[in-house]
Design a protein around this ligand. Structure first.
Ligand SMILES: Nc1ncnc2c1ncn2[C@@H]1O[C@H](COP(=O)(O)OP(=O)(O)OP(=O)(O)O)[C@@H](O)[C@H]1O
Length: 267
């Protein structure tokens, strides 16, 4: 994976409330080109709300969201379309169109957003399906696929425009261990091959750490550090420490109740 210092997405002091509920209370984050940034945190902490700001689906009450150097709140519709054209999205429910075949589901972004001929579209769709191990499945419909296959079709569709940035929201929800491992292997391989920047919201700790360059914890309306997985696990931030303890087990925390030495010795 080649990474640069280029900042692809920058959130600066973003605030967002829904009614009287303040969900984002000064969130700042920089996502660098070619890296994988994972946002973790408890339920309802605002992780998906952050992704929606990055996608331009929600506007901040205060602060700035910049993508490729453009302030999303200030750019015109054409610029926003161009930016979104460089995005791929895989959300937990995948949202395939049930009435369309696998082939047509994956071809859809190419048909909607490019003027490519059907010959070129066929080649690009088949390339992506092959990358996902889905050769020979083109004519099936979503109802005929397993959960893992649906996710792979969703990933093929998310990548078919060769996006610069791919957003994943809980990409392995509902999959068993071996299927979610398969998805992780596909992220890893496709990212290496296509060199996209990835922003992932996931509960799959600690497994997701293996994939990530940076881990950010969302808690109490703020991002509590955006650190390498190693630094995250060793952080002094009390909220990160509590999260690590809860999700990764006592082996990573020095605050576990140790068996008093004399008990060990006398037994
Ligand atoms: N459009 C909206 N209108 C009102 N409230 C919203 C809206 N979107 C999100 N919220 C609220 O904002 C809070 C954060 O939601 P969000 O979906 O970002 O949580 P999350 O961290 O992704 O949680 P989970 O891990 O459970 O998916 C929740 O309390 C949610 O109800």
């Amino acid at each position: 994976m080649s990474t640069t210092d280029e900042v692809v997405i920058a959130l600066t002091a973003v605030e967002k409330s829904f009614g009287s509920q303040k969900v984002l209370d000064g969130v700042s984050l920089q996502v660098r080109a070619g890296t994988t940034t994972v946002i973790v945190g408890g339920s309802g902490q605002g992780k998906s709300v952050i992704l929606k700001h990055m996608l331009g689906l929600l506007q901040p009450d205060a602060g700035r969201v910049e993508v490729f150097g453009e302030d999303l709140a200030r750019c015109d519709r054409r610029t926003l379309q161009r930016i979104r054209g460089a995005f791929g999205v895989l959300f937990q429910n995948v949202a395939l169109f049930d009435s369309m075949s696998v082939y047509d589901n994956v071809a859809l972004p190419l048909r909607e957003r490019t003027g490519e001929s059907e010959t070129v579209i066929r080649r690009r769709v088949r390339d992506k399906l092959a990358l996902m191990g889905l050769e020979g499945q083109e004519q099936k419909f979503p109802a005929q696929l397993s959960g893992g296959m649906k996710k792979r079709v969703g990933l093929a569709r998310a990548l078919v425009l060769d996006p610069k940035v791919v957003f994943f929201d809980e990409p392995t929800t509902g999959l068993d261990v071996s299927r979610s491992n398969e998805m992780y292997r596909l992220f890893f391989e496709t990212q290496k091959q296509l060199n996209y920047t990835a922003v992932i919201v996931s509960h799959d700790v600690p497994k997701i750490f293996k994939l990530s360059d940076y881990v950010a914890l969302m808690a109490q309306g703020r991002l509590q550090g955006c650190l390498s997985p190693e630094a995250f696990q060793l952080s002094d931030n009390p909220l990160i420490r509590a999260f690590v303890r809860e999700t990764m087990g006592p082996i990573y925390s020095s605050e576990t109740e140790e068996v008093p030495r004399h008990e060990t010795l006398s037994s």
